[in-house]
Design a protein around this ligand. Sequence first.
Ligand code: BMA
Length: 328
Amino acid sequence: MINRKRKHYPDLFKRHPANPILKASMWPYPTNSVFNPGVADLDDETLLLVRVEDRRGFSHFTVARSRNGIDHWEIEREPALSPEPKDHPEEVWGIEDPRIVYLDEAEEWAITYTAFSSGGPLVSLATTKDFKTFKRLGPVMPPEDKDAALFPKRFGERWLMLHRPVPVSQLGAHIWLSYSPDLKHWGDHGILIEARRGGWWDANKIGLGPPPLRTSEGWLILYHGVRQTAAGCLYRLGLALLDLEVPSRVLRRSDEWVFGPEMAYERAGDVADVVFPCGWILDRKGKIRLYYGAADTSIALAIGELDQILDYVLSCPKPESQPLHCFL
Ligand code: BMA
């Protein structure tokens, strides 16, 4: 792959003028906030599995559907997936931040989500064919671990998952890659993308955004970097590209963030200065619709052109070394 001259696009992702597209005031039942939705492309409509936070502070998921993915959302009157602490004690304080991937082989959707257990947040997995009934596979990573998504296919015999454990050693919260023969038992863990250090926008703590997106040039990754400032945390987004056949190889990583909180609905809310995407859709015209939680309060949409995004990410540096991973 050639090293191109660094491209500059001021707006790789453009905010939709209808933002925020979904708010708690539109909900058919009382809620505190709606944000960080998982996204599924159902061909004739866009389905959002919305994280809804109630006024205890606990979250559940509710389905919202729209033909154009922008407006006229039909919001279901009942939650689609609620915490079930009796059978699943790890969900005692709610379920959060779903990432949805269609598994061709199984002909069903897989949802990785954060289960908020009394021992801390962990990664749980559920599957569904219709977003009405769900099969829980239970917790797949112990706490603290979040921001997980599967790849939609096996590599060789194994499934791959990206996720973000947080070590007590405070040596940095990085994006890890793990392997499984059956989606339930995971091993061969290794760091894939490291949080940088010092003054970088993505120092110390990063995490995956939407699930990896298959493109002609590799798996496109959008991740958040959390900058600690005197005023609190600042969530911004950067890009990376993984090898199509061997996703443990990081081909490119952006030095700069490509999207960050700017608008009033991103800068103020329950948690200020947060843009937090958990899903995106690539349409037939090469446009990416990125759905994100804004300030942990509402849901917003930004649109990008895949060609431009690839052009940009291919002009980004190759990582100097691969951190840990050598299993594939
Ligand atoms: C992260 C997650 C997200 C949230 C973000 C900002 O740790 O818990 O759900 O949007 O913090 O509060």
